[in-house]
Write a protein that binds this ligand. Structure first.
Ligand SMILES: *[C@@H]1O[C@H](CO)[C@@H](O)[C@H](O)[C@H]1NC(C)=O
Ligand SMILES: *[C@@H]1O[C@H](CO)[C@@H](O)[C@H](O)[C@H]1NC(C)=O
Ligand SMILES: *[C@@H]1O[C@H](CO)[C@@H](O)[C@H](O)[C@H]1NC(C)=O
Ligand SMILES: *[C@@H]1O[C@H](CO)[C@@H](O)[C@H](O)[C@H]1NC(C)=O
Ligand SMILES: *[C@@H]1O[C@H](CO)[C@@H](O)[C@H](O)[C@H]1NC(C)=O
Ligand SMILES: *[C@@H]1O[C@H](CO)[C@@H](O)[C@H](O)[C@H]1NC(C)=O
Length: 511
């Protein structure tokens, strides 16, 4: 069927914002396989041969390579018309939180929610994991110790803290200090989201999971008032944050995996995140968080064809879901939020499906192009499982059974709250890659609130803030209708640091 030892070199079309004159894009399909391969492989081989595959992106620009960490997923790049968005800095708050709470050296602190209290003082809620064996604990500058690999068999807890962030992007020196904290070890609360309600009171949204991962599992969605008392005295613990009683957010048609709802900061509204397609953009109005109104149906719904087209194109290969709360943009007429996407690793890492790398090579892909022409039954039945891949340091390393990415989206602040823009998937630069990146907070940053900070957890091990400017956000956002036209090219890439980002605002060094 296929001639052996043939090398195909094709120039491929990448989504417009990955284009770069400096990139040489080459696909080598070293076809050396037998007719005995499974149906899946036959499909994949055909895709590769007929140019449906996506590309290996090879960096050829020397100075970029020197300044950037070696990343697993290709960088987002410029084309002739528009230059790429950048990361303006990454602030790691793992160590200050861990130290302030008196947690042992190897405690993982991750998925931080964040919301401003006043000035440069913020409230943070994060997850904590402490492996029993010291050998399995987190190591700064190294992201190969996810709790998943320890079967989540250690201590699970949460940390509620009040922090101060000093400095800004311009000064090149952002430092975090902890003004007070509370260690919550009674429950495993998973990922919280912090936001202010309509009256400016601080709340924590939480999904409380019941049951086991992979088994029968359901979430109960709740909000807790966050109460903070601070004293005007010198010394460390100035502030004492604690949680009020939970309030149930009742939606009668909740499904088992129902979480990642999206609170809108400064309101009593939330978006419901439909598991898989994300849309139709469906909205709750809880009226008040003291006594939330139960919902049997949505308060408002905006059904745009993008979401059904997304679902139809990708099926189980790609899911969009909620991430951070939404915040009002400077115009006052739109909200901005960061969602998280889950991608089948077969889309991005050929190593994840046995035999696929023989057809596609081991290069990391940027989208699911090569998988899309598979028969929908085949497409729907490819299992998700962990795999080993060769990291940038040349060593074999384990990858989670899903690839996560972040995406930005914007919706109108008036009924029916139509989503107008969405970005491709993006990843922060990282010293490791396990597959898990989770966005849990979005805040304004900088003296005039002109920048954004996305709070996220990397590999379930560290708590970080990624700094972006307003213009980076604008460059990432693409009109929803335009994205719908190019839906099969929906991609994932790594944001590079801007050249002049000082070392302090880059990644922490291995210790
Ligand atoms: C969890 O840790 C305990 C104590 O170290 C050990 O006995 C048990 O086998 C571990 N369970 C799993 C699933 O690793
Ligand atoms: C960064 O700021 C902190 C205090 O905010 C200061 O102690 C430290 O020296 C500064 N570092 C640099 C490199 O300027
Ligand atoms: C969140 O809402 C509060 C209360 O309305 C407001 O003071 C704050 O500026 C909002 N935060 C953002 C990032 O918009
Ligand atoms: C939410 O519902 C309350 C009544 O329960 C209403 O007063 C309020 O205007 C609604 N909010 C929005 C944004 O529609
Ligand atoms: C949304 O619209 C699509 C067609 O555009 C339709 O197939 C789907 O059923 C609608 N969903 C809802 C929840 O109304
Ligand atoms: C790669 O693995 C070898 C053998 O385990 C180890 O000695 C080396 O330090 C590793 N390299 C990096 C960069 O981690």
């Amino acid at each position: 069927m296929v001639a052996s030892r043939t090398v195909y070199t094709l120039k491929l079309k990448l989504p417009w914002h990955f284009h770069s004159l400096q990139n040489r894009i080459v696909v080598r399909a070293k076809a050396r396989f037998h007719l005995t391969l499974s149906t899946v492989l036959t499909f994949l081989a055909l895709n590769a041969l007929f140019g449906l595959a996506t590309a290996n992106v090879r960096e050829t620009e020397g100075h970029l390579e020197n300044l950037q960490p070696l990343v697993v997923h290709p960088y987002c790049r410029c084309n002739e018309d528009i230059c790429q968005p950048y990361v303006r800095g990454i602030v790691d708050i793992t160590a200050v939180l861990r130290t302030a709470a008196g947690l042992p050296e190897g405690a993982c602190v991750f998925n931080p929610a964040i919301s401003r209290l006043a000035g440069n003082i913020f409230c943070v809620f994060a997850r904590v994991y402490i492996a029993r064996s010291t050998e399995r604990r987190c190591i700064p500058g190294q992201l190969d110790r996810p709790p998943f690999m320890d079967a989540w068999n250690g201590t699970l807890a949460n940390l509620l803290a009040v922090i101060r962030l000093r400095g800004g992007r311009q000064s090149g020196n952002v430092t975090a200090s902890v003004l007070g904290h509370r260690y919550l070890k009674e429950f495993n609360y998973e990922d919280g989201r912090l936001f202010h309600d309509q009256r400016g009171r601080l709340f924590l949204y939480l999904s409380l999971p019941f049951g086991k991962y992979g088994g029968a599992r359901a979430s109960v969605n709740t909000v807790f008032r966050v109460l903070i008392t601070c004293r005007r005295i010198p010394g460390p613990n100035k502030c004492d944050p604690h949680l009020g009683p939970p309030r149930l957010l009742r939606y009668d048609r909740s499904i088992a995996w129902d979480k990642n709802w999206v609170p809108w900061n400064g309101t009593n509204m939330m978006s419901y995140s439909h598991y898989g397609p994300f849309g139709p953009h469906s909205v709750f109005n809880w009226s008040t968080y003291r006594d939330p109104v139960p919902h049997a149906r949505f308060y408002s719904k905006s059904n745009q064809t993008f979401f059904s087209a997304f679902s139809k194109t990708f099926g189980r290969l790609m899911h969009l879901s909620g991430g951070t709360p939404a915040i009002l943009e400077a115009s006052g007429t739109t909200y901005l939020a960061v969602g998280h996407m889950r991608v089948h690793p077969g889309c991005l890492h050929p190593e994840s499906i046995p035999g696929l790398e023989k057809v596609l090579g081991t290069g990391i892909r940027v989208n699911c192009g090569h998988m899309l022409t598979l028969d929908s039954q085949v497409k729907g039945s490819i299992p998700f499982r962990t795999f080993m891949y060769r990291g940038p340091d040349g060593n074999m390393t384990k990858h989670y059974h899903v690839d996560y990415g972040l995406f930005l989206y914007r919706f109108i602040a008036a009924p029916p709250y139509t989503v107008t823009h969405i970005s491709h998937g993006f990843l922060p630069p990282s010293e490791g890659h396990f597959g898990i990146i989770f966005p849990s907070g979005l805040e304004r940053f900088g003296p005039f609130g002109e920048d954004y900070a996305i709070a996220y957890g990397d590999a379930d091990q560290v708590a970080r803030l990624m700094l972006l400017t307003q213009s980076d956000v604008e460059k990432l956002l693409i009109p929803l209708l335009l994205m719908e036209k190019r839906i099969s090219g929906f991609s994932v890439c790594t944001l590079p640091f801007e050249d002049n980002v000082p070392a302090l605002l880059r990644l922490p060094q291995r210790q």
